[in-house]
Ligand binder design. Structure first.
Ligand code: GLN
Length: 484
């Protein structure tokens, strides 16, 4: 507990220190979508690959430390545009649209979008794609190409999941980048890549528009790595790492229990993947706990203002503000609020994501808590107010000593319910690249290409937390009842 409090205080402190600055001076923050071998992939706790290695070279030359962060591909460019990150290096194809948003380095790889099918598929070329179920990775050039030239595709969060969908027969064909496709296919023996690429492309690294200094450094590093042959070496090294991994993956056993045991090992034991769940669990608890506190605080204040206005006609202005707050918060989804707070409100501020999440979920919950508490206050008999006044208490004192304690008891079940909802709502934290419990499961899923066990594990952990919480709440209710 102390550790979490310390962490939060430190984050606030750092957040305030950096108010207005886009990043630490002595580090380069790179964002990427790390399910894209050989360009970026998880290895244990680390994100490795061609892109991190190139950026590491850049950082070294600038005497800075490279920090790599994993997020969804459709957010990496936004992160650079909004100043959240210094560079996006994620096998990003140069396109005219993207050039309007960011500045690109020199290209460092010739790439392509390819068509991946099952070996027994009837599809023979790009002309056969129309009307088929085409899977792509959301926000990529493959997505844009298929959408513009063929039809609406099925969009998955990362390339690995597109391949799993193809293997599972959920789609007929995958359109993804060539090199990752080759890496995935080393493991998926029943798939093949059509020899003719759909479209040729070039990868480059993206920086915020006008960040000429960093761009120059990246360009000179790329030229340097190219002329010394080091770039080729880096590419070959990571390609071999991935291909060797595929080779050494033992053949899966057969039989229900043997398969389950093998899946369990792959998903939780190998490379200590269970750590994603434990760390995710701690983050989920941390966010939920502090959001509940913020929510109760906001809720109480808003409820008291609103019911004071209702009863006495005072606080007209504050009441109007509260109404706007309730309308906006309850009228928009929490994911959208989270993204607005992260990318817009704290857009150019380097603030801990945990704090962003606590603010977002806390303010969101506050609106619901406010109405719950207000209904509690309204439910208290008018006579209680009069009794308070006849005891010589003023409005605030009556509220504090007579009304709120009774109201609280009445609304406890509803409040408990709100907190259960809140806990589960934090599962969208992954949208801002927070590695909460749900995201932890997603990371495992994207590394092992299996859905069942990681999802089950995540579900069971949430269920256990909620059951424990409900149990404690019941006890509290009993206690309050016995005190009556
Ligand atoms: N090269 C593709 C693009 O830029 C996909 C990149 C990726 O998925 N990391 O859209």
């Amino acid at each position: 507990m102390m550790h979490i409090v310390k962490h939060i205080l430190l984050s606030i402190y750092i957040g305030v220190l950096l108010l207005g600055h886009s990043a630490f001076a002595d580090r380069i923050l790179m964002v990427t979508e790390a399910t894209f071998p050989p360009y970026e992939y998880h290895e244990g706790e680390e994100i490795k690959g061609i892109d991190p290695e190139i950026m590491n070279e850049v950082a070294k030359r600038m005497n800075k430390k490279l920090v790599v962060e994993d997020m969804s591909f459709d957010s990496v460019i936004t992160a650079v545009v909004s100043g959240k990150a210094d560079v996006a290096a994620s096998g990003i194809t140069i396109t005219e649209e993207r050039k309007k948003q960011v500045d690109f380095s020199l290209p460092y790889v010739e790439a392509a979008q390819v068509i991946v099918i099952k070996k027994d598929s009837a599809i023979q070329s790009a002309d056969d794609l129309k009307g088929k179920r085409i899977g792509v990775q959301h926000g990529t050039t493959g997505d844009t190409y298929v959408t513009k030239n063929i039809q609406q595709p099925e969009r998955f969060p990362n390339a690995a999941l597109v391949i799993s969908a193809l293997t599972a027969g959920k789609i007929d064909v995958a359109v993804i980048d060539q090199d990752p496709a080759k890496m995935f296919l080393a493991k998926e023996k029943e798939l093949q890549i059509l020899p003719k690429p759909l479209v040729m492309e070039q990868y480059a690294i993206a920086v915020k528009k006008g960040n000429q200094e960093l761009l120059n450094r990246i360009n000179s590093t790329i030229l340097d790595l190219q002329s010394t042959g080091k770039l080729k070496e880096i590419c070959a090294k990571h390609t071999n790492v991935i291909l060797n991994q595929a080779k050494t993956t033992p053949n899966a056993p057969t039989g229900f229990w043997a398969e389950l045991k093998d899946d369990f090992n792959t998903n939780f034991i190998r490379e200590s993947r269970w750590k994603y769940l434990v760390e995710g669990f701690l983050i989920t608890i941390e966010i939920s706990f502090f959001s509940v506190l913020v929510g109760i605080f906001m809720g109480f204040i808003v409820a008291v203002i609103r019911s004071t206005y209702d009863k006495t006609g005072k606080l007209r202005f504050l009441n109007a503000l509260c109404k706007i707050y309730l309308t906006v918060i309850r009228g928009t989804p929490v994911v959208v609020q989270l993204l607005i707070i992260y990318f817009v409100i704290f857009g150019s501020v380097d603030i801990s994501k945990i704090i962003v999440a606590i603010v977002a979920f806390g303010f969101n919950s506050g609106a619901y808590v406010a109405e719950i508490i207000r209904s509690g206050i309204m439910s208290i008999d008018k006579g209680q107010f009069e009794a308070g006044r006849s005891l010589g208490l003023n409005h605030t004192q009556t509220m504090l000593y007579i009304i709120l304690p009774q109201a609280f008891k009445n609304v406890l079940p509803a409040l408990g319910n709100e907190f259960i909802v809140l806990l589960k709502e934090t599962s969208v934290s992954g949208y801002i690249a927070l590695a909460d419990l749900t995201k932890g499961g997603d990371i495992i899923r994207s590394q092992t290409y299996t859905a069942f066990l990681p999802l089950m594990a995540v579900a069971i952990i949430y269920l256990a937390i909620v059951m424990l919480f409900s149990h404690l709440l019941n006890k509290l209710e009993q206690r309050l009842k016995n005190n009556e």
